[in-house]
Ligand binder design. Structure first.
Ligand code: ADP
Ligand code: ADP
Length: 214
């Protein structure tokens, strides 16, 4: 499903972020990417999301190299990916419902289907009944769950999360990880970058450790 073949990434500054990465993820797998700060975890996820491109090697999705995607195909490809950041970057002047509905509206989905999908996403992250709340009224954990619902609402086949629990206390962090595991059980391929070793160990999933390259 996701394959890295001899992938290296050097930023224009000359900083080498990844060196010769070989990695295969099966469809429906859930993996953690760990390693110290600066080890290249974010870069690895960005290569899958096509937010960055490799300097050497290839990233293949479903057997096809991302380097062969034309400019016009990239938005379509990105729609298959849900990206979750440490800070969910919610729109504070919109309700929870409108925040989650955003990707569907961008995709031009009709009202009733949008409502159905948003309710389903709210249900999966445990926020049913909070649709008319504004983000300022939510706890940090709830805000992050809104961010997750927004990333999931158009049913991405690949879920990428970059330190999704970085701002949360341990109990909430574990809840969030279980939410990802639920989406994984529904069939999504999930990659989570985290430097929280204790939490990653408790999840008992495949773990890839990146070493910092210089
Ligand atoms: P991690 O997520 O494990 O902390 P990153 O992928 O963010 O690691 O960074 C890997 C290395 O690449 C670090 O040395 C970092 O400073 C560098 N780096 C990351 N993004 C950029 C960028 N946009 N420009 C230059 N260097 C970068
Ligand atoms: P075909 O010509 O075989 O029908 P296209 O190249 O036109 O395939 O792509 C069809 C759809 O698949 C597009 O929406 C495109 O974004 C997506 N796609 C193409 N290549 C890839 C790839 N390597 N990984 C993921 N999606 C891809």
């Amino acid at each position: 499903m996701i394959e890295f073949k001899q992938v290296s990434k050097k930023y224009p500054t000359g900083q080498l972020a990844l060196y010769n990465i070989n990695l295969t993820l099966e469809a429906g797998e859930m993996v953690f990417i760990t390693g110290h700060s600066g080890a290249g975890k974010s870069t690895l996820l960005k290569l899958v999301a096509m937010l960055e491109r490799p300097t050497k090697g290839e990233v293949l999705i479903g057997g096809r190299s991302l380097s062969k995607l034309g400019r016009s195909q990239i938005p379509n490809y990105r729609r298959r990916i849900g990206f979750i950041f440490q800070d969910p970057h919610l729109l504070y002047d919109r309700t929870v419902f409108d925040n989650i509905a955003l990707p569907l509206r961008i995709a031009g989905m009709g009202q009733s289907e949008t409502r159905r999908r948003v309710q389903a996403a709210l249900d999966k992250v445990g926020l049913t009944g909070r649709e008319n709340t504004f983000p300022l009224m939510l706890s940090a954990g709830e805000k992050q769950r809104v961010g997750i619902a927004r990333a999931m609402v158009n049913k991405p086949t690949i879920i990428l999360a970059d330190e999704p629990t970085g701002n949360l206390d341990p109990e909430l962090a574990q809840d969030i990880m279980f939410t990802f595991a639920q989406f994984n059980e529904l069939g999504a391929t999930v990659m989570i970058a985290s430097h929280d070793h204790a939490l990653v160990e408790r999840m008992k999933k495949r773990t890839i450790v990146l070493q910092k390259v210089d």
